[in-house]
Design a protein around this ligand. Sequence first.
Ligand code: AP5
Length: 253
Amino acid sequence: MNPSGDRIAWLQGGDAKCVKPRPFPTSPLHLVLLGPPGVGKGTQAELIVAACGACQLSTGDIFRNAAKGGSGAPPSPAMATALAAMRRGELVSDDTVVELVRERSAECLNCERGFLLDGFPRTAEQARSLDGMLSQLNRKLDGVINYFAPENLIIERLSGRRVCRKCRTGYHVANKPSKVSGVCDACGGELMQRDDDKPEAIRTRLQAYAATCNPVLDHYRKQGLLHEIEASGDPKSVFAKTSVVLNKLAPAS
Ligand code: AP5
């Protein structure tokens, strides 16, 4: 995924300043995207961003940005621990992730264009912390979308994913191939496989997800915020189902 516009402030973390949001013709949406690794959250996030203008805030992107050197400064001890866990395909501790999101809350969770949280919260503890941060800002979630698909399809999506080393644009060897094999269409950079998309890490990630997802889903189900979407079709057809939910949450003005 290509970190563009004001998402750069999200990736820089801390108190990095956001470029001024451009006006967008729909009401701001405050959304959480849930679902197992590889189900297509990032792919749908790109389409939702284009449709409603909210910024995609992916915790996985923060970690990957830090892993490739971030701002150039050495990672903090908490970030170094997070990166080691991620390389093993494990979840990062709740305290670390919550702290990283909290650092950005005054800007990103308070943005007048809304937000699209992708990959956070992953545990009930993170979900409760998010509730606390939003209530301090006097904000509320409009909805939580949970994507699901059969495990064999998820493994196929993860093992075929390729990402540009330079601009982070995402591809899939079969579903979304680049024009020239191994070369990014957008910038000519080299395409690579994420370390956590290798077979051993995929298994660990799916197990880690299965162990933590139900309490998070219950948390939002109880609040009446959860929308479930079956994500085994192509990205366009999954987005058509997503749009039905978005239109209920924020009817076009
Ligand atoms: P993160 O980057 O968030 O990874 P993830 O949740 O595992 O999700 P992915 O990015 O792998 O998958 P996706 O659902 O976005 O799928 P995509 O659209 O790319 O996090 C990485 C790691 O960071 C975690 O494992 C964890 O260690 C750590 N972490 C992050 N947040 C954390 C938190 N809050 N707490 C603790 N730890 C945290 O699609 C996958 C592929 O399929 C692509 O190639 C795509 O082209 C293809 N595809 C997508 N949709 C379709 C479709 N409909 N049809 C055909 N192909 C499709």
